[in-house]
Design a protein around this ligand. Structure first.
Ligand code: ASP
Length: 334
């Protein structure tokens, strides 16, 4: 394998499967520390177990230990920290390890808020570090190869899993246990981390990182945004209940092309009362349009962002405006 020699790559870790240790090599399901009795490995321990990493890059360790990534507030803090690290002259790129469940949200948040053109990779694994045929070792190696690759500069945050490079904005987790879980569905991969080299075929066009208008250092808190998922048995009172619990805005993972289903009437009333409502779709591919049968005046359409990513963009956009037309602009540009 080849890569730009000895770039300085910061390795940071959040929670998740990649650094976890199972009870034995056949353990693919009981590897959290409470069940296996073995703590997650630290980045230094993982690099010691895969010494080839040191041939690819000079690893700059973040010795503060595991970062949390459970809430939007955790992401705000993480983004500030990463912005500081990437501003350092002795760091050329960064790899952040985290659990795959919400990896796409972390990657998209960083893509929108870290103002750096240095390569930034978010990586996870479906099988623990100790498992037979684990994807942890190669995913980690490939993430570092991409972070050390000049071509990754300016492409925004990417994920590297199963030898595929995906854009933070487009990628989503699609499979519970299989290693090909991260897919950009109808938009496809940006490139591959293959054995001979890292190859890119295209670059993200939507605004990110250095072209972003979000200044994470100026954002003190993010408003509460809830995602609601209508189905044929939905209780129509759920949107109002979410607002009563403190939601400042709602993203609806709508049916079909973003229809609001059994929530329709209540959402119209809430919009008239000033609640921000964004229409996304639970189907997983294609755009939701700000026109047509299911669009109501005053609502926002989330383009082809899935609901969890729409919630992130909406929370950030709400730090700038509550004007629905201006909020729509964010979904048209990012
Ligand atoms: N449970 C893990 C998580 O935190 C799953 C993983 O790491 O793949 O997302």
């Amino acid at each position: 394998m080849s890569a730009s020699p000895r770039r300085r790559i910061c390795l940071m870790m959040g929670p998740g499967t990649l650094p976890s240790q199972g009870r034995d090599r056949m353990d693919l399901t009981h590897y959290n520390a409470k069940l296996s009795g073995k703590p997650r490995l630290t980045p230094r321990e993982m690099v010691a177990a895969v010494p080839e990493i040191e041939d690819i890059a000079q690893i700059v360790h973040d010795d503060e230990g595991a970062n949390e990534q459970a809430t939007h507030e955790d992401l705000r803090c993480l983004s500030r920290k990463i912005s500081g690290i990437l501003a350092r002259r002795d760091v050329d790129g960064l790899v952040y390890i985290q659990g795959t469940n919400t990896l796409e949200e972390t990657a998209y948040f960083l893509n929108l808020t870290v103002r750096s053109d240095k390569p930034m990779v978010v990586v996870g694994a479906q099988r623990p570090f100790t498992a037979i045929s684990t994807d942890a070792h190669l995913n980690l190696v490939n993430a570092i190869r991409v972070a050390a690759c000049e071509e990754a500069r300016g492409k925004g945050v990417v994920t590297v899993t199963n030898s595929e490079i995906n854009a933070a904005r487009d990628v989503t987790k699609t499979s519970t246990y299989q290693v090909q879980t991260f897919q950009s569905r109808d938009l496809g991969v940006l490139g591959y981390a293959d054995a001979d080299r890292i190859v890119f075929y295209r670059a993200p066009l939507r605004r990110h990182t250095t072209q972003s208008e979000f200044d994470i250092m100026a954002i003190e808190a993010l408003p509460a945004v809830e995602v609601l998922y209508p189905h044929t048995g939905s209780n129509p009172g759920l949107p109002r209940a979410a607002v009563a619990l403190g939601a400042r805005a709602l993203v609806i993972a709508g049916v079909g092309a973003g229809a609001l289903g059994l929530f329709t009437e209540e959402l119209k009333t809430l919009v008239a009362e000033g609640v921000i409502v964004a229409r996304s779709a639970r189907v997983g591919e294609g755009r939701v349009l700000a026109i047509g049968n299911t669009h109501e005046e005053g609502m926002i359409a989330t383009d082809n962002l899935n609901a969890q990513k729409a919630a992130i963009l909406l929370a950030l956009a709400l730090t700038k405006t509550r004007d629905p037309r201006e909020l729509q602009r964010f979904f048209d540009e990012y």
